[in-house]
Design a protein around this ligand. Structure first.
Ligand SMILES: *Cc1c(COP(=O)(O)O)cnc(C)c1O
Length: 438
């Protein structure tokens, strides 16, 4: 007999420790969705109830859930080879995926280092930058520069780069040195951010290992969209001081903001590019850090110069096979062109939300739309609760939202059918309306 929803929740509350969750409250009154399957833009709970997935299940299912071609690619590969290491070994999928990635990557990125999630893709970039400097004549370069509001993942290295206080606070004593430049995304906030960036770099240019940015859109920090002029200026600044520029496109990559890579729209190429999330279309944990030939060559020589780093599952054949199929589906189904039109629909719907009371800063970029909800003083930001009231109201309407504190956003699959998108946007509006008038 299949376990019932109640039995599953009982096991969950007895044994599972959930991410980003105060577990006492969760065990006392948490009412989780219990998902049994998914298809396209919908999750289905074990009792068959459907939920539109407004956030592509933490931003990964860019092609919708269980895309038949991705599932087929996974099954084909599972029959051949599920895993082997990359230690003195290569397999067809990792080799060909690397070629295919470099073909479409921003110009100048020529090498692919595989890992298994967004945080490790960033961790790889951090270590590459430090070791590159250390063994190429700049051993004092050990500090990083990033932006306030940035999110780069959860390993200690990635947390050090992050500029969201709640994620940093418990670990403050063990994080490495990173200067966080304030960024007000609105208006000409990017100009001031650039001045502060310039000052941060100029104060000790030969101590900075890298500048790390989420191009155009800070995701987990609250869907903050900023002017891409900042990226062009950061590029010039890094060039002037010979500092590697790292773009973390774990969220913005794979067409989320419009172009395949957000940095393309700004016309800027990084020295290191971190990819995950859409990389395997939400099928498997898989990631990569792409590097320029110059950085790659900085590790050539005797063995001590090698990058002594790797993860057990790096280049996993199942993940690589699916990641290749993801790129083919983007091509064959004109995903970016589809998303361009859908993005316009999101932008219109979110702009109209601005007319509701207590709704602030309606904004949209590509396949992301967001608003801030006004909160009673002192509770705004990541720990705000208004977003969770919208979550409840949306859930009753068959929509799965996950707010970021008082920020309510959608980031649906790039190929969400038009009718589903319309339904999603309509129900999100109803849910917000209910809460702000309530
Ligand atoms: C989600 C995210 C990460 C971390 O990715 P994980 O796969 O969760 O480790 C890093 N950078 C950005 C910009 C992200 O959005």
């Amino acid at each position: 007999m299949r376990p019932t929803r109640d039995e599953l929740i009982a096991s969950d509350k007895r044994r599972v420790w959930h991410p980003y969750t105060e577990m006492g409250d969760y065990i006392a009154q948490g009412d989780p969705l219990v998902i049994g399957r998914a298809e396209g833009s919908r999750l289905f709970d074990v009792d068959g109830r459907a939920y539109l997935d407004a956030n592509s299940s933490w931003w990964v299912a860019t092609l919708g859930h269980n895309h038949p071609r991705l599932v087929a690619a996974l099954k084909r590969q599972a029959d051949q080879l599920c895993h082997c290491s990359l230690a003195g070994i290569i397999h067809p999928e990792a080799a060909r995926l690397a070629e295919e990635l470099c073909e479409i990557a921003p110009q100048g990125l020529e090498r692919v280092f595989y890992s298994d999630n967004g945080s490790t893709a960033v961790e790889v970039a951090v270590k590459l930058a430090v070791q590159f400097a250390a063994q190429n004549g700049a051993p004092r370069r050990k500090r990083f520069v990033a932006l306030e509001g940035a999110f780069h993942g959860e390993t200690v290295g990635a947390t050090s780069l992050g500029g969201v206080e709640v994620f940093r606070r418990p670990f403050a004593g063990i994080l490495f040195d990173c200067v966080h430049v304030p960024l007000a995304p609105e208006g000409d906030g990017h100009r001031r951010a650039f001045e502060d960036l310039t000052n941060a770099v100029a104060s000790a240019p030969d101590e900075i290992a890298a500048v790390v940015l989420e191009p155009r859109l800070q995701g987990a920090g609250g869907m903050r969209i900023y002017d891409d002029e900042l990226l062009r200026r950061a590029r010039a600044l890094c060039d002037a001081h010979d500092i590697p520029l790292v773009f973390d496109e774990v969220f913005t990559g794979y067409g989320r903001t419009g172009a395949m890579w957000a940095c393309e729209a700004a016309g800027v190429q990084p020295d290191l590019l971190c990819l995950a999330k859409g990389f395997s279309g939400g099928m498997l944990p898989m990631a990569a850090t792409l590097a320029t030939d110059r950085i790659f060559r900085g590790f050539i020589g005797d063995r001590s110069r090698a990058f002594h780093y790797g993860h057990t599952y790096c280049g996993n054949p199942l993940g690589a096979a699916v990641a290749r199929e993801v790129l083919k589906v983007y091509r064959d189904e004109n995903i970016l062109e589809q998303a361009r039109l859908k993005g316009e629909v999101i932008a219109r719907a979110f702009s109209a939300l601005g007319a509701l009371p207590r709704v602030m800063n309606p904004r949209a970029l590509g396949m992301v739309g967001a608003i801030d909800l006004e909160e009673p003083k002192g509770t705004a930001g990541y720990l705000g609760t208004a977003g969770w009231r919208v979550y409840d109201a949306a859930r009753r309407r068959g929509v799965y939202l996950r707010p970021l504190g008082n920020v309510v956003y959608v980031a649906p699959p790039l190929n969400i059918p038009d009718a589903d998108l319309e339904e999603l946007l309509g129900k999100v509006r109803e849910a917000i309306d209910e809460v702000v008038r309530g």
